[in-house]
Write a protein that binds this ligand. Sequence first.
Ligand code: COA
Length: 189
Amino acid sequence: MTSPSRHVTSAPTLTDGVVVLDGLRPDDAPCLVACYDAAVAWAWFDARPMTLERAHRDVANSAAKWRRGSLFRRFAIRRPGSPDLAGTLQLHPKPAEGSVLDIWLCPTSRGQGVGKRAARLALAYGFDEMAVAWVEVEVRPENVASRALAIAVGFEPIEGQWRQLHHKGPFIEPYRLTVERWRALEAGA
Ligand SMILES: CC(C)(COP(=O)(O)OP(=O)(O)OC[C@H]1O[C@@H](n2cnc3c(N)ncnc32)[C@H](O)[C@@H]1OP(=O)(O)O)[C@@H](O)C(=O)NCCC(=O)NCCS
């Protein structure tokens, strides 16, 4: 992956004037605990409880990845004026110059356009700064909000590509947005 920002060592601050993406900080840890949605987490990962200790570890791991120049890039999602974290998102590197985008909003921040704004900031960063060729989101069939968000920002389903995330894990439907389609949508916006 040819990456103009491969050597960044901390999260940049990205904003559209309404939503801000920047790095997770130690004082976000209590919010990460408060935002934890056990039902959604269970569906995706495992049933480990979110504790303050685990949240601090997550924050430290995220900062360490930025420092190492990893292409796994996690951002805090914030709303200026609110002291609380609105959510987090991450871009996971994938082979063949792609990335997978995960977004997780705190329940009180959902359904207000924050996810769409945060996704668009992350997509602009992925395509412009990380030079990825495509970004995918992995949608669980019953996750209506996740699918709606993907379609709203321009992702298209990859037909016939349902996959299992891990052994006995849930099936997901991948949606993809290529850099060419992103640029065309931006030009028409
Ligand atoms: C999925 C999620 C990120 C969406 O973010 P959000 O801020 O709630 O979504 P937005 O308010 O920005 O809405 C984006 C679009 O989806 C639609 N939408 C949002 N929630 C919806 C719902 N529950 N049902 C139907 N449509 C919905 C909106 O109308 C909007 O479409 P439009 O622009 O065409 O009007 C958020 O709900 C969330 O964090 N859910 C829990 C974690 C999760 O499931 N993450 C996805 C894993 S990849």
